[in-house]
Design a binder for this molecule. Sequence first.
Ligand SMILES: *[C@@H]1O[C@H](CO)[C@@H](O)[C@H](O)[C@H]1NC(C)=O
Ligand SMILES: *[C@@H]1O[C@H](CO)[C@@H](O)[C@H](O)[C@H]1NC(C)=O
Ligand SMILES: *[C@@H]1O[C@H](CO)[C@@H](O)[C@H](O)[C@H]1NC(C)=O
Length: 594
Amino acid sequence: MLGLLVRAVLRSGLVKPYHLVKPVSVTILPERSSHHQDNLPKLPVPPLRQTFERYLLMLEPLLSEEELDHTRKLVKEFLIPGGVGDRLQRSLERRASNKGNWVGTYCKYNKSLEGYRQLKICVDCETLPIEYLGGKPLCMDQYYQILSSCRIPGPKRDTVVNHAVGKVAPTHITVVHNFQFFILDMYNSDGSPLTVDQIYMQLEKVWNSSLQSNKEPIGILTSQHRNTWGKAYNNLIKDKTNKESVRAIQKSIFTVCLDAPMPQMSEQRYQSRVAAQMLHGGGSRWNSGNRWFDKTLQFIVGEDGTCGLVYEHAPAEGPPIVFLVDHVVEYMMEVVRTPMTPLPMPPKLRFNITPEVKKDIESAKQNMNIMSHDLDVNVVFFSDYGRNVPRAHKLSPDAFIQMALQLAYFRMYKMCCSTYESASLRMFALGRTDTIRSCSNESLKFVQAMEHPAKPNAEKVFLLDKACQAHREYTHMAIHGQAIDRHLLGLKLQAIEELTSMPEIFMDTAYAVAEHPNLSTSQAGAKTDCVMCFGPMVPDGYGVCYNPMADHINIAITAFNSCEETHAANFGRGVKKALRDMRSLLEETANAKQ
Ligand SMILES: *[C@@H]1O[C@H](CO)[C@@H](O)[C@H](O)[C@H]1NC(C)=O
Ligand SMILES: *[C@@H]1O[C@H](CO)[C@@H](O)[C@H](O)[C@H]1NC(C)=O
Ligand SMILES: *[C@@H]1O[C@H](CO)[C@@H](O)[C@H](O)[C@H]1NC(C)=O
């Protein structure tokens, strides 16, 4: 369906087909076998002592000997047999045996775990192929969470509703142009999906009837802090018409944003500007109001032909989204011409802007402008090489890129930092992510050696090998459910639930350092030449997402302008230099041996 839609947009001449994301045919089917899901193992609770041994190892490169000693003492106390640690561990284990996924049972946006078993989306009328990692099947649940779903602000916590679960699955998408929302039904009255030509006509009608952008950018409300939006949401839906319009957006399969032109940029800055457009819309003057940020999936088409999407993170991680994009791109290639049946005008969603709502919109605009000005985005297209080079030297491309990030950071700040890399837990039923700690004793030794002109190359290569190996081992451990971050969080939340005071290990400086990842990273490998982008996790850190292609690497780096110490473009240059230096190192050493 989406395939047809994007193709219709491109054919319509609304955009130049210049930098395409291609379509997926998404069809809602009545029933799906849950057999595969039932056979997936449950996420294990790792052994308590193992987690704390690994916690101390992870802290070694980040702390002074004194600080480490202090933390070692706290860990020892925590682990006294029959003490607090054992008690919390037993509670976690009990939770794990009762619930499908003990991590999920804490998740803030967790919804009922039963419903989604019957879910029923199939890509292009075939049951989704089950993905495998190292021969093991992966949990497909997240795929069934991304369509017809939406995050909804609540007084205390948000919820995610998924309308594909109900009796009648939605058949419409929402289209937004010049801040005005329309409902576009994707099916004919006889139940057949619309053809490309029909979608094209419908989009043109939407386009024609919303040429002027004099309306309130209602969607910008969804960019507010969740609590503020929660209050504004209640103001908004007091009105019955507004409530119905909001419901229509929430239930829709996804949203398509037809964006107004963005400011002109130099060739060099263009990709970074596009990444910012996808991420936040560029501010209230541009396209930030042309969104409904609560919506799980929004496809964005720019007037210059740029395509991309933005997704709300609560229901799914990056990989299912990347998979969707790849699918869309494959299906773009096929053009099917089909006969036309005329259709009625897609209805426009009405909003009554009361003075109260108007005030909320103004405050959301101000806030969005502050946020969009504060976000420093730099997209690096590293064209020297891709996965091919680390592979040729028998190194894992992901570990290799992580070491380049470590090297770039170390060169810039003369120290290493707490580093977060997301690892998928989809080998387990309803598994989300844990953390690969890419900064290790081994990575620190490697980057220190690189900064030591006197060290022989052979030694640097040896240390790079070791560092990549340590990273691979951590990755293996993480995807098998034996990493430490989720476990530590589980213990901490369990302590909040059942103890009167927080155990000291969670109040320690070491814990604060570990939980402050100056580098928050993720590999989002796609077949499509694209890159994902997200913001930093801490005010003085970087967000780094990369897609290693066969012969080049796309990297999106973010930082905050309000932090004096960080600078996305400088860090980007540092990463490029690190990647170049690491290749030279490998090649010179290999040549010297011959
Ligand atoms: C949209 O407007 C253009 C220009 O006025 C017109 O040629 C075209 O037929 C309109 N399209 C639809 C679907 O109404
Ligand atoms: C990590 O590095 C520090 C400093 O070089 C060293 O004291 C410590 O023994 C190392 N730990 C391991 C497990 O290799
Ligand atoms: C990284 O985080 C630490 C706190 O853990 C902070 O002191 C340090 O300044 C940060 N680094 C940068 C570059 O901001």
